[in-house]
Design a protein around this ligand. Structure first.
Ligand SMILES: [Zn+2]
Length: 275
């Protein structure tokens, strides 16, 4: 599932395509369930003849800011992807949304598992008000992180997956950040000490910035795996220390990396480095 580094890379690729400042001239959707609480016809009437003013990211959402003061908000969920634009309209398998801009190019949205969501939003602040802080901003301080983490009884892994605590984290980068901070994923949040919280905040920033520098993490080779808009694989898999490395040796202490289920997600850790 795309997390902050993959969504940010996708957003940057979309900016590079040069659609900003152009008018949307057509909109087609072939799987209405992707459109949140609305029909293809209504989406079309909201979007067509509007200019794309800005493209930005918040948490794992991509925001298309439009000239009618509305926002098209896209969440890629499991396997959503924007693919290379096409000059001629065609509808291939797994392609569910096509948006045409005034230079005639069609922006294509693909999604093999079809869990992605497109939403038209009027009040963007209200829509995002429940999200936690952006971890790569300077405003993500030790104090803010400590407040968001709180002192709950739950385990630290589940807490970090909660988008109200830190926006944009998912399974890969949570496991990696906990490894880097030497914290066992099953530890109760209330037992994570102040110095560990500081280390954890730094580790979250480190694994996310590395992920971003490497243009995201592409895991498998199937069609649903993360690819950038230009079809490039993220190179961050080679940097992962624990995620999907169960049964292999820890790079640091040579113990065998273990995998357990936590918060119904596969959770990877080193029993020695994170004890
Ligand atoms: Zn180890």
């Amino acid at each position: 599932m795309p997390e902050l580094p993959e969504v940010e890379t996708t957003k940057n690729d979309l900016i590079d395509l040069g659609f900003i400042g152009q008018e949307i001239v057509d909109f087609k959707c072939h799987w209405d369930n992707i459109l949140e609480n609305d029909t293809c016809q209504n989406f079309k009437s909201f979007l067509v003849h509007e200019k794309l003013l800005k493209l930005w990211r918040r948490a794992k959402y991509i925001v298309f800011e439009l000239s009618n003061s509305k926002y098209l908000v896209v969440h890629l969920r499991m396997t959503g992807q924007f693919a290379k634009p096409k000059l001629d309209y065609e509808h291939l398998k797994h392609e569910h949304v096509h948006i045409q801009f005034e230079d005639n190019r069609w922006l294509v949205y693909k999604d093999t598992r079809k869990f992605g969501k497109f939403t038209i939003v009027s009040d963007i602040d209200a829509y995002f008000k429940h999200l936690g802080p952006e971890p790569l901003l300077d405003s993500f301080t030790d104090k803010i992180f400590d407040q968001c983490l709180g002192k709950t009884k739950g385990n630290i892994k589940s807490r970090l997956l909660n988008q109200l605590v830190v926006a944009g984290l998912g399974n890969i980068y949570v496991d990696e950040a906990l490894y880097l901070s030497h914290i066992l994923p099953t530890r109760m949040v209330k037992d994570v000490k102040p110095f560990e919280r500081k280390l954890l905040r730094k580790s979250i920033q480190k694994v996310l910035s590395d992920g971003l520098d490497n243009m995201g993490t592409s895991l498998g080779t199937g069609e649903g795996n993360y690819l950038s808009v230009s079809g490039r694989r993220g190179q961050n898999k080679q940097r992962l220390k624990v995620f999907r490395r169960e049964g292999l040796e820890c790079f640091d202490c040579k113990s065998i990396i273990l995998k357990v289920k936590l918060a119904s997600r596969g959770t990877h850790y080193c029993p020695k480095c994170q004890s």
